[in-house]
Design a protein around this ligand. Structure first.
Ligand SMILES: [Zn+2]
Length: 314
């Protein structure tokens, strides 16, 4: 195994851009804020008070104010009582020492936690725990509000990407990229839990989509993280044996997860990503639907999270 040489600078940029991308995500919906109430609304109010217009006509005026953000309804009365915190449980197995060092030295997760605390109102603490799990995994525990990240998973990424024959630095970038994708996926589970967000469809798909759209806003480093996650699902999916596929599992199959990431990436910018169709990475029959799919998912996550974003980042 090639020892991992972490370049702090690259990593720091990834962290900062990713965290800021969350804020940008929140701002991606157009806002038509005005400061004054239009005179026709004032006129309507007078007419309504005098019984000259109906309740429903008056309500239409109020709806106009809300939709155009002239009247802002504070949808969340949630108080900021918690923070994202990071903890590291020391490893026992010497095989994981280099991964423990890699994650700690990167300082990535302190920066993620710090950025998230600046952006989100949290009703309770959520602890990001790094540890050796004895299995390749990452998960969010609703009872303890712990987001568990396993060094076993980082080793798995390192092993998976190593066989691509990449340079040390590329290997580190891919490994941290896929780790970041996974972290935002688990963060999605955490946000759904602490805000009790409604969702239809599979939550696993929804949080993959969150991770993809956040990273799509995160510049070249975000793109690299998406590519790493996509190649992880592609490699893993191509190893899958059809007869042993867990059809009961809550996750979509890895190859499907690959295509979902590809679709959203293409959907955000079909022109820049036209090569994906040309090179048959994404079949055209799916690609034509991706811009609308991207818009819908971006709007859904933005709408769901906006009430919990601190005033400065709205
Ligand atoms: Zn999950």
């Amino acid at each position: 195994m090639v020892p991992l040489a972490v370049k702090k600078q690259t990593v720091a940029i990834l962290a900062v851009i990713t965290v800021f991308s969350l804020a940008i995500l929140m701002l991606s919906n157009p806002s038509y804020a005005q400061t004054s109430i239009p005179s026709w609304i004032k006129h309507n109010a007078k007419m309504w008070s005098e019984g000259q217009i109906t309740d429903s006509e008056f309500i239409q005026g109020i709806q106009y104010l809300i939709e155009n953000k002239i009247m802002v309804i504070n949808q969340s009365s949630m108080q900021d009582k918690g923070d994202f915190k990071v903890e590291y449980i020391p490893v026992n197995d010497s095989n994981y020492i280099q991964y423990e060092k890699m994650i700690k030295d990167s300082g990535l997760f302190e920066q993620y936690a710090d950025g998230l605390n600046k952006i989100f109102v949290l009703p309770t603490d959520v602890t990001i725990t790094w540890k050796e799990c004895g299995e390749v995994n990452a998960f969010y525990d609703r009872n303890s509000k712990h987001l568990i990240m396993c060094y076993d998973l980082v080793k798995y990424f390192d092993d998976t990407f190593y066989y691509d024959g990449e340079s040390d630095q590329e290997l580190v970038n891919k490994t941290l990229g896929a780790t970041t994708f996974t972290f935002i996926h688990e963060l999605g589970h955490g946000l759904i839990d602490v805000y009790n967000l409604p969702a239809t469809g599979k939550e696993e798909d929804a949080v993959d989509q969150l991770s993809t759209i956040v990273l799509l806003y995160a510049g070249p480093n975000g793109k690299q993280a998406i590519e790493a996650a996509a190649s992880w699902f592609y490699i893993s999916g191509s190893k899958a044996n059809l007869e042993e596929m867990p059809f009961w599992d809550e996750h979509s199959f890895d190859t499907q997860r690959f295509y979902e990431i590809a679709c959203l990436t293409y959907g955000k910018d079909p022109q820049e990503n036209s090569f994906m169709v040309d090179q048959q990475i994404l079949p055209e029959s799916r690609a034509v639907k991706c811009p609308a799919e991207y818009e819908k998912i971006n709007r859904a996550w933005t709408t769901l999270l906006e009430p919990y974003v601190k005033e400065d980042y709205r």
